[in-house]
Design a protein around this ligand. Structure first.
Ligand SMILES: Nc1ncnc2c1ncn2[C@@H]1O[C@H](COP(=O)(O)OP(=O)(O)OP(=O)(O)O)[C@@H](O)[C@H]1O
Length: 286
């Protein structure tokens, strides 16, 4: 087991190797859980939205979360960086550990946690500021940097998000002048600028056209070399194209979200164990 202690600045420990026993999607890679979810229950007020979710999210893998509308996919990923609790009176039971650290521990600073576990939303949501200021935003909040340092971070994040060449000559123009697909890549750059270890993405392509979607999918394949990615998607083809692991969520008879099946993506799409999973991926319900 890993230590729960943080360093003197409240940072999370560096990941240490921990094998999971489940075969990896890419041979010979060691699977290390970045996030381990155990018996997670999530309530909005008195209304339970998720029941007993347990699964691992592996480092440098892409995990897709699929399932019918209202089954708790967004709620689940919002529980992974504690952004869900910004939505009002919520209660979380069970545990979520991030490289061994309980993210719901009393001494955890949620803002610092969200720097390590970033999020990109369904609708691109750049701030009403310049392209440069959007990317620099989170970095500035972390403390003073010289202009040269900031310039370097902004360029590096825009390059990682495959946007640099398109915007390098208009960094000080409004982000609102970009296309939808560019705005979404800007939001990815903004998330990457603070160097997260995990990127949570809630239907990041649902507002984009097929070409912009393809660019984001290609980008994710590059980013997974440095990052752990969790993506909620309604698009079955997208889940099967881009992810290593897939978690299928659905609701029980009380309409509470639950995890029906989790496994390697090819298995979930071609030889799922649960009939409900087979029906869903075949388009027979949802
Ligand atoms: N802020 C909120 N307050 C109260 N209930 C909420 C809130 N957000 C979601 N819910 C409820 O929690 C349940 C799960 O919603 P959630 O948005 O997580 O599902 P989802 O699978 O992501 O749905 P979709 O695919 O339609 O986006 C739903 O019953 C929803 O009405």
């Amino acid at each position: 087991m890993q230590s729960n202690s943080k360093d003197s600045r409240g940072n999370f420990p560096a990941p240490t190797a921990q094998t999971s026993g489940i075969p990896t999607a890419t041979s010979n890679d060691e699977l290390i859980p970045a996030l381990r979810v155990k018996n997670l229950r999530f309530y909005y007020g008195s209304q339970k939205a998720l029941e007993g979710i347990s699964m691992d999210i592996y480092r440098n893998q892409i995990t897709a979360i699929i399932g019918p509308s209202g089954c708790g996919k967004s709620t689940f990923i919002k529980a992974l960086n504690r952004i869900g609790e910004l939505e009002g009176k919520v209660r979380v039971e069970g545990t979520v550990t991030f490289f061994g650290q309980n993210i719901y521990g009393r001494r955890v600073n949620p803002n610092r946690l969200r720097r390590h576990i970033g999020m990109v939303f369904q609708k691109p949501n750049p701030f009403a500021r310049s392209i440069y200021d959007n990317v620099a935003y989170g970095v500035r909040l972390m403390g003073r940097r010289s202009k040269a340092q900031l310039d370097e971070i902004v360029e590096s994040a825009l390059r990682s998000a495959a946007l640099w060449d398109e915007v390098k000559d208009k960094l000080h123009q409004s982000a609102y002048g970009l296309s939808g697909g560019q705005q979404q890549r800007l939001c990815i750059a903004r998330a990457l600028a603070v160097k997260p270890k995990v990127l949570l993405m809630d239907e990041p392509c649902s507002a984009l056209d097929p070409i912009a979607t393809m660019r984001i999918e290609e980008l994710l394949q590059t980013l997974r070399q440095e990052l752990t990615i969790v993506i909620v998607t309604h698009n079955m083809q997208q889940a099967s194209r881009i992810s290593d692991y897939t978690a299928f969520f659905s609701t029980d008879e009380s309409r509470i979200g639950q995890l029906v099946e989790f496994g390697l993506t090819p298995k979930i799409f071609t030889e799922a164990i649960q009939e409900r999973t087979r029906d869903y991926v075949a388009g027979r319900f949802g």
